[in-house]
Structures are given as structure tokens and as C-alpha cells.
Design a protein around this ligand. Structure first.
Ligand code: ZN
Length: 885
């Protein structure tokens, strides 16, 4: 209240008169049971007066659970990287909470209707509650939803004589996740308190609103967890996936905040929708949208629908549950990003307004779900049943994941699918599909399963956007209007893991075992024979992880710099050699433990005499030392690029890294490091001549510099002088200062229809390529280079944005990976047509030797969202093998 009056006073002095009024009640007419404690009674401030900290949220939930133990269940479902607990607060009738396990078992039976008798379905539908999952604050700086969550819990427990709440307790089970990202929320609150003025200052650029790098949006590793659902790279996401598979919510709402000048957004979502959403789900958007609209109209609040927030990418907090049969929705409140915010319309919005709006939308959703219980539960059963039927009738009945040259990738893909509720089998014998024979160990994924629509989203090579929507975007582009594509357009997992998929039109009856959700590796650890010469580890994703671990432990590992044949088997370039000589006596035991941990193959050898190719003692063999890695951190790096890269190094491959704030690079003694990684960012203003000179001297003495995306653009500028390539303009000319480019010629004699002349006249002379929303390109790999070790001749890469690099010339270096010719260029998703012409045969991964060291430039992000396993290996090759060669 104090805050609201203050805010109004500030507005009045800013000359836009507002009507002074008392704060709007959270729920007009509500009568509350005084035995249920309010937030103020437990933590000392009322709802909306302060941003409640993660610790206070836990304290209050415990107090609520203690006050109403019969109607609640509070559990910790995961821990963040920084050690903060994630909470699930379940609210239901006393009768349901008492037999919660039984209720969950019934819901799970409905989630797999195969083999359920119609009478049994009828009985289960009649008794099951509608499960409503309200998840809040996946972005930690979107603060109001966490406080709304507490008010939702209080209202459902304390409201008396409220028909809506009675309906919810009778017919629903409400799962409240108050904060999906406690680390980000804590980071926001910490810096917000530091920036606070004596009285809350609504000026949007005041320090309390203006977050320093990296901001509170992301988690500890700076991931956007609203893009992580199918990738499941973060512990927070993995915990939520378990809840989804434990309760199979019928309705879920992901409550966010957006820019402070908007009005409230709720479903129905914007185009394009994922093509696998069903009619009943789309009707569900309408049901909840109209109910929320009625509530907002009643209270006089502005809102919008069907704009901005689409439903296409399957890794959001709303779309992933949809593909298991839920009705998933995103709600967005304009953010005060502190306690008050001056909007451009002259009003001041408060943090409390955010709590008020989210609370009303969430409770209205729960009441609407309860009042439509039977329809929603039945729709869910129909969804799961029709997914099986669609799979039985579709052109693709089964997907076969072929182990190929690096079986650890298929293992990892099978594990990813199995942990998110998809049935995966491992074939115990060889398969014949058409004319193709596939060896034992392939993974089988049937389309005819209740999660079949999720299967199609993840395993189909392409998921199509609506053609009319794309045509509208082309029209906008012609007028230089921003496109309306909200996220990337291609993500197919077999492509980003580079695992071959063979499809079968018929069910496969081969003997196969079900892959469990906690699947570790294809073959259990087996003791390795003691080998006279040593052990070979054929290179691949798991081999790189094993090697990083081995060299950290002090084992001596070499990398064979060419292909060879030994004992009748051919080995790829980069194969690791661990010699018996020079390593500890217990080498066999240690390597078998490492093989089990990382799922890599280790081959004992008693002779080093190769039948053909590079000798194991060749000069072309490098010594793999435990690399000392420096990662640039802080502005101007992109938070996502820096975070993905750090996570891949530290957590995916166990490689220690020193993260150094870019402002401190001038103090670094580079000779203490073997590898320097510059995440995406423009370093022009940050790395001055002094640091640059020292960096180049260090490279010449054997250092490995790895640049990613926009850092590669910077490295290729004349001022940086690190890579002999150029970023290109839209017309293919190099993006260098304008004076060196030819000026556009005006030919006055050419007769030209007036509008064509006009059209020509308004075209800019120099323009970067139109930004690509994000898609997968096919790329050619130079397999005769250690940077490509573990890859075959073709792979797929994520590209996003407007970077296009000319291939590096032979006298400067090599293009280890470059984009495919036009007919095969686009592997998945949307690339603007003229962009395709420009991208053909341009560089993706460049290697330029400098003295005894290397400059390695990636045109894009090789660790994109933590799930691009194929290009992640190229990045790890740069880090692990760069210092070896
Ligand atoms: Zn958000």
C-alpha cells in the first residue's frame, strides 16, 4: 500500500494525473480462514509489497503445509547447481491427499489406455481429478509470478464459502511450482537490492531495473530453461520432467513476465502452432482464454491474445507438456522489474499489480479446469489413445536409430528419449528393413505409443510451419519489417546428434529390451584384459569425455593424427592411444572404470604394428595433455554462449575451466593456459592492442584460441587480424569499411518502369544478410584433420542470425567444416531463400595455424542449448586436441 501511494505521487509530479485509489483487492469478496497464515504473518511483508526471496518462499510454504497438512503435500523435487531446493506444493481435498499415491496410479493408468477396458476407462474418468500444474518464474527476473504462487496456495487453502475454490478442491488437484529458477531469482533480488533507491524509483533505467550481466533470467549456467524441456540438460528441468511423468497434468500454465509497457497476455497462442497439436487441445486454449478474458473484463484489465507467443518449438514449458497430452499455456504479465515501473503511457505499474494479475489468471484457470473436469480428463485419454492410433496408421511406424561409427551418440539419444517418457527398445539381434541390414544394438522407437506426437517432434527430420504463415513473413521481410518467428525452426535430434535414422513402415518384431528411464550405457562395464602395448579408444563423443577424464587423472594419452588399420580393424583419425608403458600398473582397471562411466569403447592391443596408415609412434601423433582452459566471461560475451560453453566444458565433459571477466584479461598471464575460448561477442571495445598483442604472442608459442559466432566475426576484422576470412554482406561482398567497397552505379539510360526504379532506389547499398531465425544446415566435413576426429564426411549444424563467412584460403588455413551445396543445404527448418544462395559452401569451422599455435573459428554456436552433440564434439576436439597438435 505504501508503495502504491508513493508511485501515484510520483506520477502526479510527472504531470500525468491519476485518480488516487486504494489498491485493488486480490480477490474481491474473499473471506479467509484465520487459521491459515498470511505471507505477512510468516515472513513480515504482505503479498506484493516486496519481492519474496527463495528462502522466504520455502519458509511460507512450510507454514502453509503445517497449517493444512491434510490438504497439502510439500516436496523438494530437485536441487539447483547452487544448491537451492525446488519445491512442489500439491493442494487437493483431504480425501485425495490422503490417498495421493492411489490417485497418481489411476492417472498413470489413464495415460496409457492400451489394454484398458472401456468400463475401466469410464470408472477412472469418473473418479480422477483434473490435474492443474501452475509453474512460475522459469526466468528468475520475472518476479511477480513467484509471489502470485504463494497467494494462489493461500487462497486455495484459506478461502471460505467460495464456490470456485470449493469446485477446485472437489474436482482438481493443483500442483504449484512457486519458482522454477531459484538461482536466477536470487541473483535478481541480490542486484536489485544493491540498486535500490531510498524510495522505489520507477524510472526504467534506474539501477534497480537495469540488471548487470548476466541478469537474473537464466539459471547458474545461464541457460534459458524455457528452451530446455526436451534437451533436459539442467537439473531443474530434469526434476520437472519427473513431475510431468508422475502426475500427467491435464492443464499446465507457465507464468512469465514480459516488457513493462505491454498488457497481460494469455492463450490462445500466436501462429504458428506445432502441427501435432490436436483439435481438442486448440479448443482448450479457447476455453481457458475466454474464461480469463471474462475475469479480466470484469476487473477492467487490458489483455491480448494470439500475438507474439507462438506454440511451435517443442522445448517450451507449455509446448512440451502439450506433446504428452496436456493443455499447456503461457501467461505473461508486464514486468515492473522491481517494485514500480514508469510506463510510456504515463502510468506507474507496481510489482503488486503483477501479483494481482497472475494470481487472478491462475485461480481462474484452476476453477475453469475444475468446472470442466470430465471433458479435460476424457480429452487427455483420447489424446493418448489417438496418438497410438495415428502411429499405427502413419507412414512411419518405427524409427530405428543406427549406432554407426560412434555408437555413444545413439546411446545418448536413446537415453534422452527414455528419460522424457518415450518408449525405446534396444534390438538384441540384427534387423532387416527393406534392403538394409542393421546390426544388433540399434534402438527402436515406435510411433504407435501414447507419447507418439512427442516422438515425431523429436525424431522427424523436419517439422513444418504453416505455409500461409511463412508467406506472410516473406511479405514483411520485403518491407524490412521484423519477422514474427519466435524461436528456431529446426531441432531434429537425430540431426544434431548426427545419428542415422532408418524408418520402417511396419512394426518391428525383433527381440528387443526396453530401455529404462535411468539408462546409462549400452554395455555394462567389463574388465579389460591387460595389454602389452596399450589401449585404443576410437574417437567419438564418449571417447572425448573419457579422455578429458583420463588426462585430468594424470594418465598419459596420445592422439593418433591419421587413420590406420590394426588387427584387421580400421580406426579413425584422432583415435586415443593409452600406452601401458609410462602409465600406472592398474591402467586396465582404471580404463575399464572410465569406459563404464563414459560409455566408450576401449580396445586392448598387444602389437603396435599397423597394417596400413599412420603408425602409432608416428610424428603425426600428438600428446594429449590436460588442457588448462581460460573462458572469457562477462560483457561483452553473450550470456547464452558463455553459459552453454561453460556447462559443456565443466559438466558435460568434466573439463575444468577458469572463467575470467573480460575486463580482467589485461591482467592474465596467458602462458598459464593452453586454450583460450572467446564465447560469442564483439570484443572490439574490450580487447585492446595490448591484450591482443600478448594473445598473438601466446598463440605463436603454441596457444590455441577458439572463437565462437560473433567472436569469430570480431577475430576476422582487420583490427583483430586473427582469422583470414571476412564476414559477408547480403550481396556477398565482404563486410569491411564502406570506402573499400564499390559504390552502387546508377544507370540513367536503362529504361525502367517507375515502380521498379523506385524499388531499386530504396535498396540500401550495404546490408548484412537477413537474420535467420534458426535452422539446421547440412555441412561437409574434411575428415583428414584432427579437428574433425570422430565425425564422418557429413554433419548438421545449427545456424542462427546473420553471420556468413567466406571460406578461408589455402595459404592461410583450412575449412574443416563448410556448408553443403544448395540441393542438400537445408537439413531442417526455415532458411530464407536468398540466404541459402549466400550460405552455400561458406565456412563453419576454420583452422588457421599461427606460429606453433592455432586460431580455431566457429561461425556459429557449437554447443547450442547444450544439445548439439555432433558440433559439441568439434568444439571439444579444439579444446582437447588443439594443444596436442
Ligand atoms: Zn519468461
Amino acid at each position: 500500500m505504501r508503495i502504491v501511494l508513493l508511485a501515484l505521487a510520483l506520477v502526479a509530479t510527472a504531470a500525468s494525473p491519476s485518480l488516487a485509489q486504494t489498491p485493488e483487492p486480490f480477490w474481491p469478496g474473499a473471506q479467509y480462514d484465520t487459521k491459515i497464515p498470511t505471507l505477512e504473518q510468516v515472513v513480515g511483508h504482505a503479498s506484493g509489497d516486496k519481492v519474496t526471496t527463495p528462502e522466504q518462499i520455502a519458509t511460507y510454504l512450510r507454514a502453509l503445509a503445517q497449517a493444512a497438512p491434510d490438504r497439502t503435500r510439500l516436496t523438494e523435487y530437485a536441487r539447483t547447481w547452487e544448491g537451492r531446493p525446488l519445491w512442489l506444493f500439491v493442494v487437493g481435498s483431504a480425501e485425495r491427499i490422503a490417498k495421493l499415491d492411489h490417485v497418481k496410479a489411476d492417472i498413470k493408468r489413464l495415460a496409457d489406455p492400451r489394454g484398458l477396458a472401456p468400463a475401466e476407462v469410464t470408472r477412472l474418468v469418473a473418479s480422477a481429478p483434473v490435474v492443474v500444474w501452475l509453474v512460475h518464474g522459469v526466468h528468475g527476473n520475472e518476479i511477480s509470478s513467484g509471489d502470485a504462487a504463494l497467494l494462489e496456495a493461500y487462497h486455495l487453502l484459506a478461502a471460505r464459502g467460495d464456490a470456485g475454490v470449493d469446485a477446485v478442491l472437489r474436482d482438481a488437484l493443483v500442483l504449484i511450482d512457486p519458482m522454477q529458477n531459484p538461482d536466477g531469482r536470487a541473483r535478481f533480488i541480490f542486484q536489485n537490492l544493491q540498486g535500490q533507491a531510498a524510495a522505489p524509483d520507477p524510472a526504467p533505467y534506474n539501477a534497480e531495473h537495469d540488471e548487470p550481466w548476466p541478469g537474473g533470467r537464466s539459471n547458474h549456467y545461464l541457460f534459458d530453461m524455457n528452451r530446455d524441456w526436451f534437451a533436459q540438460t539442467q537439473p531443474e528441468t530434469r526434476g520437472r520432467i519427473q513431475i510431468a511423468l508422475d502426475y500427467f497434468p491435464h492443464v499446465n500454465v507457465d507464468l512469465h513476465e514480459q516488457g513493462g509497457n505491454n498488457s497481460y497476455y494469455f492463450a490462445p497462442p500466436a501462429d504458428p502452432l506445432n502441427p501435432h497439436y490436436t483439435k481438442a487441445q486448440i479448443a482448450g486454449f479457447e476455453l481457458f482464454g475466454r474464461a480469463n478474458a471474462a475475469r479480466f473484463d470484469e476487473r477492467g484489465w487490458a489483455y491480448y491474445v494470439r500475438e507474439v507467443y507462438d506454440g511451435f518449438y517443442p522445448g517450451y514449458g507449455d509446448s512440451w507438456p502439450m506433446l504428452h497430452g496436456s493443455i499447456g499455456m503461457t501467461y505473461e504479465q508486464p514486468s515492473a522489474r522491481a517494485l514500480s515501473f514508469a510506463r510510456t503511457d504515463g502510468t506507474v505499474m507496481t510489482f503488486r499489480d503483477g501479483v494481482l494479475h497472475h494470481f487472478n489468471a491462475a485461480i481462474t484457470t484452476a476453477i475453469t479446469a475444475a468446472r470442466n473436469r470430465e471433458r479435460l480428463v476424457r480429452d487427455f485419454v483420447d489424446y493418448r489413445r489417438s496418438a497410438v492410433a495415428e502411429g499405427e496408421q502413419g507412414a512411419v511406424r518405427e524409427y530405428v536409430l543406427v549406432p554407426g561409427h560412434d555408437p555413444s551418440r545413439a546411446d545418448a539419444l536413446a537415453r534422452n528419449l527414455a528419460t522424457q517418457g518415450i518408449e525405446v527398445r534396444r534390438a538384441e539381434s540384427a534387423l532387416t528393413i527393406g534392403t538394409r541390414t542393421i546390426p544388433a544394438g540399434a534402438y527402436l522407437v515406435s510411433n504407435a505409443q501414447p507419447a507418439g506426437r512427442l516422438v515425431r517432434n523429436l525424431l522427424d527430420l523436419d517439422t513444418k510451419q504453416d505455409a500461409a504463415f511463412i508467406a506472410r513473413q516473406e511479405e514483411r521481410r520485403k518491407r524490412r519489417q521484423a519477422d514474427q518467428i519466435y524461436d528456431i525452426t529446426g531441432w531434429s535430434l537425430p540431426l544434431v546428434y548426427d545419428v542415422e535414422v532408418v524408418t520402417s513402415p511396419a512394426a518391428i518384431t525383433a527381440q528387443a529390451s526396453r530401455v529404462p528411464a535411468d539408462y546409462a550405457a549400452a554395455s555394462p562395464a567389463r574388465a579389460l584384459a591387460a595389454a602389452r602395448v596399450g589401449y585404443l579408444v576410437p574417437w567419438g563423443v564418449a571417447a572425448a569425455a573419457l579422455t578429458a577424464d583420463a588426462v585430468t587423472q594424470g594418465l598419459r594419452v596420445h592422439s593418433v593424427g591419421g587413420t590406420f588399420t590394426l588387427g584387421g580393424r580400421s580406426y579413425p583419425i584422432g583415435t586415443a592411444l593409452v600406452r601401458t608403458a609410462g602409465n600406472p600398473a592398474d591402467l586396465a582397471a582404471r580404463l575399464s572404470a572410465l569406459a563404464a562411466t563414459h560409455g566408450a569403447e576401449v580396445v586392448p592391443i598387444d602389437s603396435a604394428y599397423v597394417e596400413s596408415g599412420t603408425s602409432l609412434g608416428s610424428n603425426a601423433t600428438g600428446f594429449v595433455k590436460a588442457p588448462r582452459v581460460l573462458l572469457a566471461w562477462d560483457a561483452p560475451t553473450s550470456t547464452l554462449s558463455a553459459g552453454w560453453t561453460r556447462w559443456v566444458l565443466e559438466r558435460r565433459f568434466g573439463q575444468a575451466v577458469t572463467a575470467v571477466r573480460t575486463a580482467s584479461l589485461s591482467r592474465v598471464d596467458f602462458s598459464r593456459y593452453d586454450v583460450v575460448v572467446l564465447p560469442s561477442g564483439n570484443y572490439a571495445g574490450q580487447i585492446g592492442d595490448g591484450v591482443l598483442t600478448r594473445l598473438k604472442d601466446w598463440i605463436r608459442l603454441g596457444g590455441t584460441l577458439v572463437t565462437l559466432a560473433d567472436a569469430t566475426r570480431w577475430a576476422s576484422t582487420a583490427a583483430a587480424g586473427l582469422l583470414d576470412t571476412n564476414a559477408l554482406l547480403k550481396d556477398g561482398r565482404p563486410d569491411v569499411p564502406a570506402t573499400t567497397g564499390p559504390a552502387a552505379k546508377v544507370d540513367a539510360k536503362t529504361p525502367d518502369p517507375a515502380d521498379l526504379a523506385y524499388d531499386k532506389a530504396i535498396q540500401p547499398d550495404r546490408e548484412r544478410p537477413d537474420a535467420q531465425p534458426g535452422a539446421l544446415l547440412r555441412a561437409t566435413v574434411d575428415t583428414d584433420h584432427w579437428l574433425s576426429a570422430g565425425s564422418d564426411a557429413e554433419t548438421q549444424v545449427v545456424i542462427e542470425g546473420s553471420r556468413v563467412f567466406a571460406p578461408i584460403k589455402l595459404n592461410a588455413g583450412r575449412n574443416v567444416v563448410y556448408y553443403a551445396p544448395k540441393p542438400s543445404l537445408v537439413a531442417s527448418g526455415l532458411i530464407w531463400p536468398e540466404g541459402q544462395d549466400l550460405l552455400v559452401r561458406k565456412a563453419y569451422l576454420m583452422h588457421q595455424p599461427m606460429g606453433q599455435g592455432h586460431v580455431i573459428g566457429f561461425a556459429e554456436e557449437p554447443t547450442y542449448r547444450g544439445y548439439t552433440e555432433a558440433t559439441m564434439l568439434l568444439f571439444m576436439n579444439a579444446v582437447l586436441l588443439g594443444p596436442a597438435y
